[in-house]
Structure formats: C-alpha cells, structure tokens
Design a binder for this molecule. Structure first.
Ligand SMILES: Cc1cc2nc3c(=O)[nH]c(=O)nc-3n(C[C@H](O)[C@H](O)[C@H](O)COP(=O)(O)OP(=O)(O)OC[C@H]3O[C@@H](n4cnc5c(N)ncnc54)[C@H](O)[C@@H]3O)c2cc1C
Ligand code: SF4
Ligand code: SF4
Ligand code: SF4
Length: 377
C-alpha cells in the first residue's frame, strides 16, 4: 500500500491554494536533518529542497491541518465527539484577565496575559523555553525560542530597528511559522504559542507519539479569525482605500474587527473583516477554528474590555496552570457573572460560526459540494 506523502500534500493542499503555512510538515518531517522540505519563498507553502531524501513515510501528510486524517482521534481526546455542535470546543473555565506586570501589559496585544503566563511558567520551572514569534524584518516574523522575561518582551517587536508602526502591522499581516523552531529544541520542556492551524499540527504529532512533539508541555492557542498578507502594493492599496498612512499607525489589534489607533488620535478606527478580504491570506478561507479548540488554554481579545484578554481553559493541565497563576495573583481577573459569561460565549460563537460558514462557502465555490464536514479545523 502506498502511504500518502509530501507529493500528495503538494497536489491536494498546495496546488489547491489551501496550505495554511503552519510549518507543521517542515517541523516534524521524519527526515528533517536532510532538509527534505522547507520554505524557499516567504508567504508561500513549503517545497521540496532535497526530494531524493524523502522517506515517503507520510508523517507530513498525516499532521497537515488540511488533510484531516486524525480529526476523529483528536476530537475524542479533546472531548469534541459532537464537534459540529461545539464550535467553541471544550470550555472548562472562562476568564477575562490583565497582567499586573506593567511591562507585559504595555507591550502586550491585549492584556499582556500570554507573555505574563509564560513568564510565570519560567519562574515555576514548568518550562525551559517558549516558542513564540518575533519580528525578523519588515513584513516577516520568525519563530523564536524565548527563555526569560527579556526574551518575551523582545517578541513584541518594539526593540527592533525598524519603524514601530510597521512592527505593529507585522504583528498580524505576516504569518509566522513558529513550529520549525521545535525541531532544534529536542531536550527541553516547551510551551508553544500558536494559531489554531499550528496547534492542530502539534496535537496530531502528539497523537502519533512522534519526537519532538513530546517536549511540548503546554499549547497556548491564540484566537484567529484570519491573517493578512501585505506587500508594498497591498500597503499602497490599503492606504488609499482606508485613507490612512501606515506611518501614522500607532497600534493594531484584532478583536471583533481590525482596530487601528492612529498617532495623536484618541478615537479608534474599526475596519470590519468584511472589508479586508483583499488583504486576507487566501488559505485562511479554508480554516474554521476560531477559538483554538485543541489548545490547553486559548486567548483572544474578543469579549473582553480594552487591555484585557479573554482566556479559555480546555484541558486539565491548562485549568491547573491558570488556577495556579491566578492564585499567585499575576493577573487582575474580572468577575464574570452569568450574564457577562453568556455575552462573551455568544460573541465567540458568532465568530466561530461565521468562520465555519466562510470555509464551507469557500470550499463549495472552489471545489464543489462538500460530502461531509469532518472537522472544525
Ligand atoms: C494572526 C493572529 C490573528 C488573531 N486574530 C484574533 C481575532 O480575530 N480575535 C481575537 O480576539 N484575537 C485574535 N488574536 C489574538 C490576539 O491578537 C492576542 O494575541 C491575544 O488576545 C493575546 O493577547 P495578550 O496581550 O494576552 O498576549 P501577549 O502577552 O501580547 O502575548 C502574545 C504572544 O503571542 C505570540 N505571537 C504573536 N503572533 C504570533 C503568531 N503569529 N504565531 C505564534 N505566536 C505569536 C507573541 O510572541 C507573544 O508571545 C489573533 C492573534 C494573531 C497572532
Ligand atoms: S520524509 Fe516523510 S515527513 Fe518528510 S517530506 Fe518525506 S514523506 Fe513527508
Ligand atoms: S502542514 Fe501546514 S505548511 Fe505543511 S502543507 Fe499542511 S498546511 Fe501547509
Ligand atoms: S485563519 Fe488563522 S488559524 Fe486559520 S489558517 Fe489562517 S492563520 Fe491559521
């Protein structure tokens, strides 16, 4: 029997324009020391580098978030048996938090909670390193192994020698493949921060029991409705369309839409996702997990007030981690009564369903009717 391998990924995923560039196949290639596959161009799918060394083992095919081979196994592990009626995944606890450490809050995207939690994990020796994303150059982010607070703060991108407003934009516009860094950290206890497509591939690897995924102690997942691609031509187009200059941008966030703060202005500019189709990575159309259902803990701005992060614990491990962090008072934790909790869940549900429907429509338009929606990723 022939096992589907990277050639099949090229045909079934890359050539169909649905590669999410999560980096999973590159990180976990069974023959990675021989550079079989890798990224040749930024913002494009991985390619064969040394094709002759491919073992045709099929690992890359099995863990790809676009082949859905292991969906049933994962859904069982994460209590998502009836996943189509559980678009928010398994929710143990729901919080709205803010870092009490002013450095993390100031540099953070929302409440600075993800980096504050990673720092807590370093202090408690729960992890030796955290794989996050760091600004590399204009329009590009690279995976980065953070080992302490200074490293974490540097991932905000504010310390690099390029203009602040471009760094803010890069936080979103360029997809970062954090996963490849995993392969160089074989002997460490790691946490990984990732978008839903990235966390999915890690969980597949763990499901298959393949090294080095066992080093990953914690998966911290970011909400993700979509990601953007900006080259200079798109920057010009964006500036013309929304009548703003990139150089005037002070801060960018993604919550219920794209939120831009311009320098010297108090009011925020909200651009609905609906108006950003031109700038969205096309492959994000083929993705349907918004709240990162396979993470230990998920984080996003949606549902929380300004400078707070919505936090969902999903696994026993994630639940205990958050409880410990709250006990140690590293966060301000807003009290959520039943009606506030319901409001947040409804909001998350609206975006989750919208993402699922967007994928269904995209797949139908591109490939004809879908027989069965097998997965929510
Ligand atoms: C592409 C993208 C799309 C998002 N879309 C939404 C959305 O639609 N709605 C919503 O509510 N929230 C969205 N988020 C999440 C939100 O922007 C914040 O990351 C989240 O609320 C955590 O904020 P924080 O201040 O607690 O985290 P921080 O303390 O600021 O820490 C964020 C951590 O994430 C890491 N990181 C940043 N970008 C990446 C990346 N691309 N890959 C891996 N790690 C990364 C950083 O290195 C840092 O360690 C998105 C995030 C990303 C990266
Ligand atoms: S060696 Fe295995 S994992 Fe690597 S590209 Fe070939 S089939 Fe994929
Ligand atoms: S594993 Fe990720 S990078 Fe590799 S083909 Fe699939 S979506 Fe693309
Ligand atoms: S929408 Fe987010 S999670 Fe989905 S493919 Fe795009 S970047 Fe990955």
């Amino acid at each position: 029997m022939t096992i589907k391998n990277f050639e099949d990924l090229i045909e079934e995923v890359h050539q169909k324009g649905i590669c999410q560039q999560c980096g999973g196949c590159v990180s976990f290639c069974n023959s990675m020391e021989y550079d079989v596959i890798g990224y040749k161009e930024p913002n494009s799918p991985p390619e064969f580098i040394n094709k002759d060394n491919c073992l045709k083992c099929g690992i890359c095919y099995h863990i790809c978030p676009q082949t859905h081979v292991l969906d049933d196994d994962l859904n069982k592990t994460f209590n998502l048996l009836d996943f189509s009626s559980m678009p928010l995944g398994n929710i143990c606890d729901l919080y709205s938090c803010q870092s009490v450490d002013s450095d993390f809050l100031r540099h953070g995207t929302d409440g600075g909670v993800v980096n504050a939690l990673l720092n807590f994990m370093f202090e408690e020796k729960l992890i030796d390193g955290a794989i996050v994303a760091k600004t590399k150059a204009p329009f590009s982010r690279e995976p980065f192994l953070a080992k302490n607070k200074e490293d974490l703060l540097s991932t905000s991108g504010l310390k690099l020698g390029i203009s602040h407003q471009l760094e803010e934009v890069q936080r979103y516009h360029s997809y970062s493949s954090s996963l490849p860094k995993i392969s160089s950290t074989k002997f460490k206890k790691l946490a990984v921060v990732g978008t839903p497509c990235q966390i999915y591939t890690i969980r597949c690897m763990q499901n298959l029991g393949i090294i080095p995924s066992h080093n990953i102690e914690f998966c911290l997942g970011l909400f993700c409705y979509e990601n953007f691609e900006f080259d200079q031509q798109k920057v010009n187009q964006f500036e013309g369309e929304f009548k703003i200059k990139f150089e005037d941008i002070e801060k960018i966030k993604i919550k219920e839409n794209l939120i831009i703060r311009l320098k010297g202005k108090k009011s925020l500019l909200h651009i609905p996702f609906e108006d950003l189709k031109e700038y969205m990575r096309p492959a994000c159309n083929a993705c349907s997990d918004f709240t990162n259902v396979y993470a230990d803990v998920s984080f996003g701005g949606l549902g929380s007030p300004e400078h707070f992060t919505t936090v969902i614990t999903r696994t026993k491990k994630g639940r205990e981690l958050l409880a410990d962090a709250l006990k140690r008072k590293i966060f301000i934790n807003l009290e959520l009564n039943t009606s506030k909790e319901k409001h947040i869940k409804n909001l998350l549900l609206r975006y989750s369903i919208s993402k699922i429907e967007r994928k269904e429509n995209f797949m139908k338009t591109k490939f004809g009717p879908i027989k069965e929606v097998k997965s929510i990723v």
